[in-house]
Design a protein around this ligand. Structure first.
Ligand SMILES: [Fe+2]
Length: 434
């Protein structure tokens, strides 16, 4: 077999080979523990933890299925922590390392055994071996420090927290290593996923939850686990419904803007196009995924305030009178009032919408802000909004060609628009991206 053939063989079967190596390590570790007589199958705690692992992870799986069935896409809520992780860290602290490492595999087995007979069997094997190894390493380290520093409640408190953090750190390292082994490169999305705020919060929440259970466990024993986990699941459920409620509000606004745009055939789909162009500019500026999501929402909803403007003005084909124009100019403020009803939008989407008619030279409205006083996101929406309006038909003129629109962008650079954004727009247009 030639070297290139060997390479392509590895590339094609990399996931299999990687999982196979992990399993080899996992089995060797189990064997060593068994050989040294450290696998204590008489430990009742092992079975109790196993039972809780299966029970609570089973609940989580059926909850996810319930969500998926009932509400289709886009309603995924951020799961703050997995009960499985908590039980793994507890197992690492309570059981001997050799026994702790068996918990993820035997815990998931009753839930996922069917996967073993499907084409996704590798995912199950990869997960159980990697979680097993991570639990083992966490347990070794926890026992080492317990032995060195004594097993009182204060020391336990500190080290159970370190245990959870360590568990996460190892998990992240192994995931990165995994992606690197399979794809040969680390993608930007992965780094973002690993380092995002949510992830850090997740580590924090899990550490805290594990700590609370562990302290309770020291006083009331194994019953601490169901007692605490049920409480946490309740919190998670209320978090889920809060997210659902917020999404429902956004969906309602999306429906409103759609009905508003469709009253006038010239503006149908305008918001979505502004969102599309804005997100491309934001990508060029290396905005994070979450910010791009928000700017898209602001793009779609930028003219939501027109709901509060009489139809007779919005649908008027001729030039607006001075007085009508004054009323029309109220729409960014009205949009702000509507959008700030969603708490997390007050400082973001609502504010950006408020300033989407400001101009770089300070001649815009409602406040006449100038240059960088205008939020960057608003400046992005402005240029996307104007550009899309230029290349669309209007009652009083035909759509301009891209060349004519480019000419206007250049002329208005430093006047209407932020010159930096004009450059980016020209690049995007030239590259055929918009
Ligand atoms: Fe507008």
């Amino acid at each position: 077999m030639s070297l290139t053939k060997l390479k392509s063989f590895f590339k094609r079967h990399s996931f299999f080979l990687y999982t196979f190596s992990l399993w080899t390590i996992y089995m060797v570790l189990v064997f060593i523990e068994w050989k040294h007589g450290r696998l204590d199958f008489k430990d009742v705690n092992f079975y109790v933890l196993l039972l809780f692992f299966t029970f609570f992870e089973g609940m989580a799986v059926s909850f996810e299925l319930f969500v998926a069935r009932k509400f289709e896409k886009d309603t995924r809520t951020e799961i703050m922590f997995s009960t499985g992780v908590i039980i793994n860290v507890l197992a690492a602290a309570v059981l001997r390392p050799g026994m702790a490492m068996l918990i993820p595999f035997f815990g998931y087995l009753p839930l996922k055994y069917k996967v073993l007979f499907s084409e996704k069997y590798l995912y199950f094997l990869y997960n159980s071996a990697s979680l097993g190894i991570i639990t083992y390493l966490t347990s070794i380290l926890l026992h080492f420090t317990f032995n060195a520093l004594g097993d009182n409640i204060l020391v336990s408190t500190i080290f159970i927290t370190s245990g959870s953090i360590l568990y996460f750190a190892l998990n992240i390292l192994l995931s990165i290593f995994f992606v690197f082994a399979i794809y040969g490169k680390i993608s930007k999305d992965l780094v973002e996923l690993v380092t995002s705020e949510g992830k850090l919060f997740n580590v924090f929440a899990t550490s805290l939850n594990t700590l609370i259970i562990y302290v309770l466990y020291s006083y009331i024993g194994i019953f601490a686990i169901p007692l605490s986990l049920f409480t946490f699941i309740t919190i998670q459920l209320s978090n889920y419904y809060a997210t659902k409620y917020r999404n429902a509000k956004i969906e309602l606004l999306m429906a409103l803007i759609k009905s508003l745009e469709e009253k006038d055939p010239y503006t149908a789909g305008h918001g979505e196009m502004v969102a599309e162009i804005s997100s491309k500019i934001a990508e060029k500026l290396d905005f994070q995924k979450k910010e791009i999501e928000l700017i898209k929402i602001a793009g779609v909803l930028h003219d939501i305030g027109k709901i509060g403007i009489p139809d007779i003005i919005i649908l008027k084909k001729d030039k607006l009178t001075e007085e009508e124009y004054m009323i029309m100019k109220e729409h960014p403020k009205k949009g702000f009032e509507i959008l700030k009803q969603i708490n997390e939008f007050e400082e973001t989407v609502a504010k950006w919408v408020l300033y989407h008619h400001e101009r770089w030279d300070g001649k815009g409205y409602p406040e006449g802000l100038k240059g960088e006083e205008i939020p960057l996101e608003s400046r992005i929406i402005t240029i996307a909004d104007v550009y899309h309006a230029l290349i669309s038909d209007r009652p009083y003129r035909k759509a301009l060609s891209k060349e004519e629109a480019v000419k206007i962008l250049k002329e208005e650079s430093g006047k209407f628009f932020d010159p930096k954004l004009v450059e980016i727009m020209l690049d995007l247009i030239k590259g055929g991206k918009i």
